[in-house]
Design a protein. Structure first.
Length: 315
């Protein structure tokens, strides 16, 4: 199979049929063998009924329905797990991503040798204040932190070689940082393509300031995981050594001062340096313990599903 199109969605009943027809026309005109995997992330409208109808008319349509809303990252994880294509295309269900971009995205993976290609919505139709400016700030911070030189990390339209999607773990709200996860896993040939951005035709945006804030918190998480995720002792151990050294230095100074320089002065317990030394050595020990626990957890962890599937279609 050439292409798997993975589409996570939440309450997009108005756009699903139009999106399906658009994708099908593109695939058939380019003679691709394909599948369309819709992941219903706990919709409360008729989205799942429409997916069921589409699957009966078109055997290329497949569906996954979550028991409740688990989030876009979990939806992508489920879609990646089921996808059978050589190239996996992800896109949003709100018609803001243009399926006409699929052939070029496919070609960049198969013929140009990219591991993944991320879309760049260079010209946007979003509100400048509520989404456009925050998105630019967020992308700048992501570039500086991760070292991945992309203009638009959050664009839903991306293409992947199948090896990428089978070897990265998308969880929490890390869908924004899939390029960083791919780079961390060793897939460094990451490209970018300017794509068309459509104005939203139906419904309302799911974007809010809470997602903007969560995005920056996740950025800190992905930075930590990419740097120290496999060796937590390298961070906590270094901090532990630093804090313990500071505490030991104060203790050594107090001991020398009391024994040789000022033996009849104040008691050591009456000096503020004593409490600094005590606190820093305790904190240093705690950092060491945190590092050891992190190493133990890393070596003993077991994979556990982060979502529950209620129903599947054609899978």
């Amino acid at each position: 199979m050439n292409i798997s199109v993975v589409i996570p969605l939440l309450n997009e009943q108005e756009s699903l049929k139009e999106l399906h027809d658009w994708i099908a026309n593109v695939m058939q005109s380019n003679h691709f063998s394909y599948e369309i995997i819709f992941i219903d992330d706990g919709s409360t409208d008729d989205s799942w009924k429409i997916i069921q109808q589409l699957s009966k008319k078109d055997s290329n349509v497949k569906g996954i329905k979550f028991l409740k809303n688990f989030g876009k990252s979990q939806a992508l994880h489920a879609g990646f797990d089921k996808a059978q294509g050589d190239v996996i295309i992800t896109m949003d269900a709100d018609l803001q991503d243009n399926p006409e971009e699929i052939p070029e995205l496919y070609d960049m993976i198969i013929n140009e040798g990219f591991d993944m290609v991320s879309g760049w919505k260079k010209k946007r139709y979003d509100s400048v204040i509520s989404k456009n400016l925050p998105s630019k700030l967020f992308n700048w911070a992501a570039r500086k932190t991760s070292g991945v030189k992309l203009h638009d990390f959050n664009c839903g339209l991306k293409s992947y070689h199948k090896d990428v999607t089978k070897n990265i773990d998308v969880n929490g709200e890390m869908h924004r940082y899939i390029p960083v996860l791919a780079k961390t896993a060793g897939f460094t040939n990451i490209g970018e393509k300017v794509v068309k951005h459509q104005a939203r035709k139906y419904g309302e945006t799911k974007f809010g300031m809470d997602r903007f804030i969560h995005g920056f918190l996740d950025l800190i998480t992905i930075w930590f995981i990419s740097r120290f995720g496999k060796r937590p002792m390298h961070l906590f151990g270094a901090l532990g050594v630093l804090m313990f050294a500071i505490g030991f230095g104060f203790s050594f100074y107090l001991g020398i001062d009391k024994l040789f320089l000022n033996p009849y002065g104040r008691l050591i317990t009456q000096r503020p340096q004593f409490y600094i030394a005590l606190a820093t050595m305790i904190i240093g020990t705690q950092f060491f313990v945190a590092g050891f626990l992190g190493e133990i957890i890393l070596r003993s962890k077991q994979d556990k599903k982060r979502y529950l599937i209620k129903d599947e279609l054609n899978l």
